[in-house]
Design a protein around this ligand. Structure first.
Ligand code: E4P
Length: 219
């Protein structure tokens, strides 16, 4: 299972990378805006800064919504660094663009996926990654994890090579359930990754070990 961090914040990316468990980064226009990154040159420089931290797989999302624009933008984003994965929305021209990129050696992440039908289309077009959004489905009382289960099943049945990248992951149980289901990748905020560390018995156990050691050493 791969862990991606879902942020454009360089300090958080560095912290997750330093933990030694980070496989990639996903960003989106909202996350870039949250960091105050605007303007073409600044956005490109920020993607480069992210690429300089991690080993591979940095999703950079296109803003265009027509085929020609997505191809131009995607090729330009991919030229920033070999680590870039072009993130393309699940719309008609997006599917065409994914097909184009897959035929031209550019990795893609198909985003804003909310149904199994969309997942099948993206896989047939040759998407490298598929991002179904769990939390946003949960927000409207539809079971996001059930969608992950359906897509993993369909992809296994047909041997699709597209990797299921569970997105919009809001808490540790989302991540753990995705692991049980067999999602290839999970992308989530830093607090979800570090949240996996927490257990009160670990804390109390460590406190006792250290206290016993101090007592035995006469400290
Ligand atoms: C996916 O790549 C998106 O950036 C992200 O996971 C969306 O998450 P949100 O629904 O918490 O905004």
């Amino acid at each position: 299972m791969k862990f991606f961090i879902d942020t454009a914040n360089l300090a958080e990316i560095q912290e997750a990378y330093d933990l030694g468990v980070l496989d990639g980064v996903t960003t989106n226009p909202s996350l870039m805006a949250k960091e105050g990154i605007t303007g073409d040159d600044n956005v490109r420089a920020h993607y480069k800064a992210i690429c300089d931290i991690v080993d591979d797989k940095v999703s950079a999302e296109v803003i265009s919504t027509n085929f020609e624009g997505m191809v131009k933008e995607g090729e330009s984003l991919a030229a920033i660094d070999d680590k870039i994965v072009v993130k393309v929305p699940m719309i008609k021209d997006g599917v065409k663009a994914i097909k184009y990129f897959s035929q031209n050696g550019i990795r893609t992440n198909c985003t804003l996926v909310f149904s199994p039908g969309q997942a099948i289309l993206a896989a047939k077009a040759g998407a490298t990654y598929l991002s179904p959004f769990i939390g946003r489905l949960d927000d409207i009382s539809i079971d996001g994890l059930e969608l992950i289960q359906q897509i993993v099943h369909i992809y296994n049945v047909y041997g699709f090579e597209t990797e299921v990248l569970a997105a919009s992951v809001r808490h540790t149980m989302h991540l753990i359930k995705c692991a049980e289901i067999g999602a290839d990748v999970v992308t989530c905020p830093l607090n979800v990754i570090t949240g996996l560390l927490n257990h009160p018995l670990t804390d109390s156990g460590l406190a006792k070990f250290l206290a016993d050691h101090a007592k035995a050493s006469g400290k």
